[in-house]
Design a protein around this ligand. Structure first.
Ligand SMILES: [Zn+2]
Ligand SMILES: [Zn+2]
Length: 339
């Protein structure tokens, strides 16, 4: 079968490799669609994210949907022909974090397309059946790839404990920012303001139901907005927006840090954090959110179509990675059609 490898930064090669074999508790999936994530682009550009370094050729892609073509002998929750979305992080299942349900914190998690674990830009993958979720009939393979970024948004919203009367601010309107917006709106119907630098993304935010959008290129948002937000989500991963969070949250409010800034240490206004008694929470991936994404999609509560702005063929994966890198003003989510 064919697989798209990142050989080294900025070098992609399509190789012929052996098809995997499903373990007893796994299914074999013919991969149909894979979304391109910011992390894929980052690995392509630099070969690393934080402590994760690409040391040998790696298959990228972790936002994945496909068709079940074979079952391991112990699988009984799915059947051949089922359409599935794959949750890409497989935890150890036995550590304390796994047992407490916070399996996103499992130190032994195997997450697709995070070195050294291969991802989904490939024709077939073998995947644990209990991390494979049936796609509702009204949802396409392309749309189902969005369950992954949506899981991040749903989990961020869960961490924030949003209530319908809350005023919510989302800094960043990339895929995760928009997923957070959609999650906030469809689970709690909160009043949301979204800030970004790209007009195209703000238009999308408006389309998805943001009450107010602001282009930070034109205005100083600290002057434009008063500190009256119950929850501030940071999804852009920039130093400036990360610092702005504590200034824009209201007294007793919450700051939810989702975006990963390039630098490890950032200074905050500590007086504001203390005097406003802010809760600052980190978000690392997600746990137990795929069933929620599936249910919301089935119910028709999600607008997944408007996230998908481009489609590329399997052969054009490298072109797609470059496109996503260079076109933030016309791209939210690009999807690779594997077959
Ligand atoms: Zn992703
Ligand atoms: Zn574990």
């Amino acid at each position: 079968m064919k697989a798209v490898y990142l050989e080294k930064p900025r070098k992609i090669k399509i190789k012929e490799i052996e098809k995997p074999k499903p373990e007893p508790e796994e299914i074999m999936v013919r991969v149909k669609s894979v979304g391109i994530c910011g992390s894929d682009v980052h690995y392509y550009e630099t070969g690393r994210i934080g402590q994760f370094v690409v040391k040998k050729p790696l298959i990228l892609g972790h936002e994945c949907s496909g068709k079940v073509v074979e079952l391991g002998r112990e699988v009984n929750n799915l059947k051949v022909g089922d359409r599935v979305a794959l949750e890409p992080g497989i935890p150890c299942r036995i550590c304390n974090y796994c047992k407490r349900g916070r399996y996103n914190l499992c130190p032994n998690v195997r997450f697709m397309a995070t070195p050294p674990i291969d991802g989904a830009f490939v024709e077939y993958v073998a995947h644990p059946a209990d991390f494979s979720f049936k796609i509702p009939e009204n949802i396409s393979y392309d749309e189902a790839t969005l369950f992954e970024p949506l899981a991040v948004g749903l989990y961020a919203v869960e961490r924030a404990g949003i209530k319908p009367e809350y005023r919510v601010l989302i800094l960043g309107a990339g895929p995760v920012g928009l997923a957070t917006l959609q999650s906030a709106l469809c689970t709690k119907g909160a009043d949301t303001t979204v800030v970004d630098l790209y007009e195209f993304r703000l238009t999308k935010a408006k389309e998805l139901g943001a009450k107010k959008v602001i282009n930070a290129k034109d205005v100083d948002i600290l002057k434009q907005l008063s500190p009256e937000f119950d929850v501030v989500f940071e999804t852009a991963g920039s130093v400036a927006t990360t610092q702005q969070t504590v200034k824009l949250a209201k007294r007793g409010g919450k700051v939810i840090l989702v975006g990963l800034p390039a630098q490890e240490e950032i200074s905050f206004n500590i007086h504001q954090i203390i005097s406003k008694e802010l809760d600052i929470l980190g978000v690392f991936r997600y746990a137990n959110m795929y069933p929620r994404a599936v249910r919301l999609a089935q119910r028709g509560s999600l607008n997944l179509k408007s996230f998908i702005t481009q489609r590329f063929s399997f052969e054009d994966t490298e072109k797609a990675l470059k496109f996503v890198r260079d076109n933030k003003d016309s791209c939210v989510k690009a999807v690779i059609k594997i077959c």
